[in-house]
Ligand binder design. Structure first.
Ligand SMILES: *Cc1c(COP(=O)(O)O)cnc(C)c1O
Length: 402
């Protein structure tokens, strides 16, 4: 009874004191472990949202927790006026395990996109002059909510009411190489794409699309930026999603899973591109701070050294897909499509997803719905068969009643 009132008060106070930017489920989560979270009444939920692809190692992974505890006792913050040990360790790990030569750290996905936009423009300005500043992105893309990232985003619903936006962006249909070829002009400095469009409903391009994009960019001397904020850090079964497509980009944006639950963003770039940022070109007070970097070092070391995790991601991807396909066969009038890679999986349905998300939560399983009718599953990469069985059971139960 007491807990009920605590929960009620937190929800009431949230509605009273917070700016109303989120449509929240009436759930107050206070504890998490692995793929499980608990509310203030002690009710357990299986978490197939995972902070929307943030909690890649599950909640409170012991290695991440210990790294944070140790770092918090030693040093929380110093300015980038000085060298920072966890920051350079993280940069080295990212560089040695990717296409890139250098890293810059910030605090979120949108900030990583801002840094990529600035670096691409600066590079084009340095090498081709000030007329070359345009960045081509895809319709239905999502790159974040700050003004630059919002201008890059290819969805009107996020932009409405915030005009005028930043100049110098053009949008083309995703997965359409001819449209991209036609959109490129002498002004184009970069193409920026999500390897898999997450927010748009888990849209996977055809196998050769990104390879063709890479080739086109090379022909025209244009940079290829991949926004891997959602797809990076093992989410698709490889450390970075570009590895699936047999290409290397010039810049990638990272955030979400990078800190294993702690806020941190980054861009990684090739040497020739990174050179265009010099002392004073770009900065962030908190970017690369010791605490966030210690968490990210523990996260990426765990992902790389514990071969089990990426392996598990791929096996559980197959297992979850199989379960979802079974549901599709059982409910052909509800399920339209199932797609994804690794543990970034979408199930397109013919109904409004909102009530289904609610009913799953009532039955103790948290899922997300994006674009109105795509159920999105982004659980921890450590999820188990039994936990997936439970999701499938609950989904079947809910679908039987809609
Ligand atoms: C979530 C997301 C962002 C924005 O990240 P924030 O940390 O919310 O600013 C940018 N790009 C992609 C692909 C994302 O999924």
């Amino acid at each position: 009874m007491l807990y009920f009132y605590v929960e009620k008060r937190i929800i009431g106070d949230s509605r009273r004191y917070l700016i109303n930017t989120y449509n929240r489920a009436p759930i107050v989560l206070i504890k998490g472990r692995g793929a499980r979270v608990w509310n203030s009444e002690g009710k357990e939920f299986l978490d197939f949202v995972g902070g929307i692809a943030v909690n890649c190692l599950g909640h409170c992974h012991p290695r991440v927790v210990v790294a944070i505890q140790k770092q918090a006792q030693r040093l929380l913050h110093v300015s980038n006026l000085y060298y920072i040990e966890p920051q350079v360790r993280l940069a080295r790990l990212l560089v040695e395990n990717s296409f890139a030569d250098r890293a810059f750290f910030c605090n979120s996905g949108a900030e990583a996109v801002e840094a990529a936009i600035k670096l691409a423009r600066k590079y084009a300005n340095d090498h081709y002059g000030p007329e070359r500043y345009e960045i081509i992105t895809a319709y239905n893309s999502f790159h974040g909510r700050t003004m630059g990232a919002l201008s890059a985003t290819g969805q009107e619903r996020f932009k409405k009411g915030f005009e005028p936006l930043l100049q110098g962006f053009r949008h083309v249909p995703f997965n359409d190489i001819d449209a991209l070829r036609e959109a490129i002009t002498a002004k184009t400095c970069a193409v920026m794409l999500e390897p898999i469009q997450g927010e748009a409903g888990v849209r996977v391009p055809s196998d050769d699309y990104l390879r063709d994009v890479r080739q086109l960019c090379d022909e025209k001397g244009i940079l290829l930026i991949l926004d891997e904020v959602q797809t990076g850090m093992g989410r698709t079964g490889r450390l970075f999603a570009y590895e699936h497509f047999g290409i290397e980009p010039d810049i990638i944006c990272l955030a979400k899973g990078l800190g294993g639950g702690v806020a941190i963003g980054a861009i990684l770039a090739r040497e020739k591109v990174a050179e265009s940022f010099q002392h004073g070109s770009h900065a962030s007070t908190f970017g690369g701070n010791p605490l966030a970097c210690a968490a990210a070092v523990a996260t990426i070391e765990t992902l790389i050294e514990d071969g089990f995790i990426l392996d598990n991601c791929n096996r559980m991807s197959e297992y979850l897909m199989e379960g979802l396909r079974r549901i599709k066969r059982e409910f052909p009038s509800i399920v339209a499509d199932i797609r994804g890679k690794g543990l970034l999986i979408g199930m397109e349905i013919t109904k409004n997803g909102g009530p289904i998300v609610e009913r799953c939560a009532e039955r103790g399983v948290l899922i997300n719905c994006t674009g109105g009718n795509v159920l999105r599953f982004t659980p921890p990469l450590t999820i188990t068969e039994r936990e997936i069985d439970r999701l499938i059971e609950v989904l079947e139960n809910v679908f039987e009643r809609v």
